[in-house]
Design a protein around this ligand. Structure first.
Ligand code: GDP
Length: 444
């Protein structure tokens, strides 16, 4: 998600950070590019204008221009503006009400409403230890009630038994009565979807809302529909006053325009993000984390904390120097593998590093995985010091010896050499981008 913006912002800030001092025209150039990047990501025009104006107001101040690291300052300002556009602090589901707490799910057909109802039920059950009852009020589509029943079974959550012929209002009332009688904490009412904004169905939602007085009226919208999602949200909000938004298919939404516009345009907070078809693919919508991801500046705080706990300081410094000089041999690779193994998964760590957004995919496709690290360390241990310094001398007979010595195969030795090669290339690129140095600065 947000890949388009992330790539562009990464370029903009790479350029800014390379400058020692920023002139007003540098800032203006960057702002122009930010504006284009946002428009390209399908962010609503008024939101873009507001965003750029806010950043400009803060970035063009004399203090910023005189500051020691103006590029970083601009990054920080943009970061804060992004967090604000995304809605500030995370907005959790409201569970502060006497049980049974009714949640009303509304949205267009195909937005992912039924799936999201089951996802929320599962989330409340596993994370909040709530007893949840699911009920489908969709009498429009014959299979809708059955679909929710099946999803409920998958999530191992109870769904209200289906009684054919009941009206949506009757089902809603029966759900609430059942929940009171059987002491449920939360009742999730999945309403009938609409193909488009439909007055009759809106009236139905209003009647249900008046009857059950929901604590949350959650609108489910498909992020992939871009500005249409924002229009839909505005219409629903005017008709039935939503308390929050769940954006689905953010997993497939490279642009992110709707997610960025939603809060400013509708005033309603985005509470949750659907990240896939599976029932556990529902995340909290966390503006701070998302802004971090968009900017590719990473969760440096998290990295420092983990690194400080695990990394050998002297070793890290030695490696940083070698990397900066472009000298990096298999001994260093082994030493780095040991350290990275201690820190957790490689791609997880890379995700937290500044500036690596662009190359992360390449690294993932290179399939670097901590489980093979131990094997690699064993292979490297079976090499002579000369071989470690200059792996080019490794021909067939040497590889055979190393494979035998490390209890691996020649193929595995070859694979390691290929990965070392990939890694060296990556380091060179990171160095160019300042990423490797930044990482080492952080861990020292
Ligand atoms: P409804 O008509 O609004 O109730 O939509 P459904 O819940 O039936 O969902 C329609 C399709 O979207 C289904 O195939 C879901 O698996 C899929 N879907 C729902 N949420 C997400 C999501 O967050 N990501 C992805 N990739 N697919 C989703």
């Amino acid at each position: 998600m947000f890949d388009t913006l992330s790539g562009k912002f990464s370029d903009i800030f790479d350029r800014l950070r390379r400058r020692g001092a920023l002139s007003e025209s540098d800032v203006n150039d960057a702002l122009r590019e930010i504006r284009l990047a946002l428009l390209d990501a399908d962010v609503a025009l008024p939101v873009v204008k507001d965003f750029v104006a806010k950043v400009k107001e803060q970035a063009v101040g004399a203090e910023v221009l005189r500051s020691v690291s103006p590029g970083q300052m601009v990054v920080k300002i943009v970061n804060d503006a992004l967090i604000e556009a995304l809605g500030g602090a995370p907005s959790p589901l409201n569970l502060f009400a006497p049980a049974p707490i009714p949640f009303l799910m509304v949205g267009l057909q195909g937005s992912g409403k039924t799936t999201t109802s089951a996802k929320i039920a599962l989330r409340l059950k596993t994370r909040e230890r709530k007893k949840v009852l699911l009920a489908s009020l969709d009498t429009q589509r014959p299979a809708a009630q059955l679909q929710l029943e099946q999803l409920a079974q998958k999530a191992e959550v109870v769904s209200l038994p289906i009684i054919p012929g009941q009206t949506p209002l009757q089902i809603a009332q029966r759900a609430m009565e059942t929940a009171r009688r059987e002491v449920y904490d939360v009742v999730i009412l999945d309403t009938a979807g609409r193909l488009s904004i439909d007055l009759a169905l809106m009236e139905e939602v209003k009647a249900i809302r008046a009857a059950v007085n929901p604590v949350e009226t959650l609108l489910v919208v498909d992020a992939m529909t871009g500005q249409d999602a924002v229009t839909t949200a505005t219409a629903f909000n005017e008709a039935v006053q939503i308390t929050g938004i769940v954006m689905t298919r953010l997993d497939g939404d490279a642009r992110g325009g709707a997610a960025l516009s939603m809060r400013s345009v509708t005033g309603a907070p985005v509470k949750l993000a659907g990240m896939g078809e599976k029932l556990d693919a529902l995340d909290e919508f966390n503006p701070e984390r998302i802004a971090g991801r968009i900017l590719g500046m990473g969760d440096i705080v998290g990295l420092v904390e983990r690194a400080a706990a695990n990394i050998d300081q002297v070793e890290a410094e030695k490696l940083a120097k070698k990397m900066a000089k472009g000298k990096f041999d298999l001994d260093d690779y082994a030493s780095q593998l040991k350290q990275i193994s201690k820190m957790g998964s490689l791609s997880g760590i890379l995700g937290m590093l500044p500036g690596v957004g662009k190359i992360k995919q390449q690294i993932e496709s290179a399939n670097l995985d901590t489980t093979v690290f131990k094997k690699h360390v064993a292979i490297i241990s079976s090499m002579t010091p000369a071989e470690r310094r200059a792996p080019d001398i490794l021909k067939a007979s040497r590889k055979k010896r190393i494979a035998a010595g490390s209890g691996t195969t020649v193929q595995e030795v070859n694979k390691l050499l290929k990965q070392f090669d990939d890694m060296s290339t990556m380091m060179k690129r990171m160095n160019k981008m300042g990423g490797a140095e930044a990482m080492m600065r952080q861990v020292q």
